[in-house]
Write a protein that binds this ligand. Structure first.
Ligand code: SPQ
Length: 425
């Protein structure tokens, strides 16, 4: 991978729709009455896995490009799946759908790819079982395949040991079908797209601090959803513009929901020159972000901000290599159970590029300022690793090769096309 970036990155990009919101739009649309129209839907492999699962349960989903129509079957209208439900690489699909499947009047089985097979499912099996669900890990290892026999559920209050939107959402979706109220308290607030969308679809949801609650419902109502651009995808070009001298980039229509904007906060703390334009604040807030090359300083990233930037940490770690001083990332042990062990994979790959970086139990320490050099980067088939290191490659001496770089299709199929657009000779 060799790019000519002598004059920096310039121009504007509209990144694809938000992955988390696209998943949730299909899920709620499928169990709502009426049709849900989703604009700027992310046609990444993960969201296509969600569509495939609901299609197998008799939901008609049509549309081309990024506009889709989900013809909902109603809260209790899903059909016994014709085949096993294949969640592919997607933790979101698996964990969120489990909450819905736990309340259906049929048995279903969910499988996934080799990465998904090693991701922990105990975190949803435990609370869903407390609600009365019959959910088992077929191999007894608390991973997929999961077999779920639906039944009547009872509302619970669950104190989650992890700040995880997938755990919270799985329980809240099950709570739609449960008797009484269901609530989840997390140690720090995770992304709240499920709560916002449930409320738009007519559910009684409330949030207070780090607790979200939902009442059992009889019906949800199909909606029109305009999906904002994915801040996790914008993160790559944001970082590229910050580290490549001479750059100025405009990122159009990026979702800046406060539960997702941790990277913007951290970049500002590091000294980034970035501003918002055309701010929209109703529903899912979004804005255009203007970013220019900047001199960066190391920072400490820890505590409640971690869930607000969890998927951006691979990119932030790369950014820290170009900052003066030390960056410490703590409280991020969750990175170990993503599509790869992202702490280990970031540290190994940045070390291969010559960075001064040290792995810790729950994060890493990066002493910035050491020039990086090209290397063979093992993506471990993890989309966020492939994209973060493609950006690192822009500002280092020599050639970089990323293994299995097609994994970007999981969340950003156009990634390399968009990157080239910003690079002018
Ligand atoms: O869906 P998946 O595979 O878990 O995707 C990832 C990603 O990097 O795209 C995590 F690996 O994003 C998760 C995110 O980390 C998507 C998500 C959601 O849509 O609810 C929530 C986060 O996971 P968690 O476990 O912290 O709730």
């Amino acid at each position: 991978m060799i790019y000519n970036i002598k004059k920096g990155l310039h121009g504007e990009i509209t990144v694809p729709g938000d992955k988390s919101i696209s998943h949730r739009g299909v899920m709620l649309g499928a169990i709502a009455s009426g049709t849900t129209e989703i604009n700027n839907f992310l046609r990444g492999a993960d969201c296509l896995s969600t569509i495939a699962c609901f299609s197998k349960m008799g939901v008609e989903i049509e549309g081309t490009h990024d506009r889709i129509l989900v013809h909902g079957n109603g809260l209790r209208g899903l059909k016994t799946p014709r085949q096993i439900l294949d969640c592919g690489n997607s933790g979101t699909t698996t964990r969120l759908i489990s909450g819905i499947l736990s309340a259906q009047n049929f048995t279903s089985t969910m499988v996934g790819d080799s990465s998904l097979k090693s991701r922990p499912m105990r975190r949803i099996i435990k609370p869903l079982s407390q609600m009365g669900a019959n959910i088992t890990s077929v191999l007894g290892n608390d991973c997929v395949p999961l077999r779920i026999s639906g039944c009547q559920l009872t509302g619970i209050h669950y104190a989650s040991p992890v700040a995880s939107a997938q755990v919270k959402s799985s329980i809240l979706l099950a709570g739609l079908y449960a008797d009484g109220e269901t609530s989840v308290t997390e140690p720090a607030l995770s992304r709240n797209h499920t709560e916002l969308m449930l409320s738009a679809f007519g559910a009684k949801v409330s949030s207070s601090g780090t607790t979200a609650s939902v009442q059992g419902v009889k019906e949800l109502y199909g909606q029109k959803i305009d999906v904002p651009g994915d801040i996790s995808s914008a993160a790559y070009f944001l970082a590229a513009a910050l580290i490549v001298p001479g750059s100025e980039v405009v990122l159009r229509n990026v979702g800046i929901n406060h539960t997702r904007d941790g990277m913007l906060t951290v970049c500002k703390q590091m000294g980034a020159n970035l501003t918002y334009e055309n701010l929209k604040i109703s529903g899912e807030p979004c804005a255009d972000i203007v970013v220019r090359h900047s001199e960066l300083q190391g920072v400490t990233i820890e505590g409640e901000i971690i869930p607000r930037l969890i998927d951006e940490l691979p990119m932030i770690a790369v950014l820290a290599c170009f900052a003066k001083g030390t960056t410490v990332i703590r409280d991020a042990a969750e990175l170990k159970v993503k599509e790869s062990n992202r702490i280990r994979v970031i540290v190994d790959n940045l070390s291969a590029m010559g960075a001064d970086i040290e792995e810790t139990d729950d994060g890493m320490i990066i002493r910035g300022g050491k020039p990086l050099h090209g290397a063979v980067i093992d993506s471990h088939n993890d989309h966020r690793i492939a994209m973060s290191f493609s950006i690192a490659a822009l500002n280092c001496e020599g050639e970089t090769t990323i293994t299995r770089k097609d994994c970007v299709n999981i969340s950003y199929p156009r990634f390399y096309i968009d990157l080239k657009k910003l690079i002018r000779d």
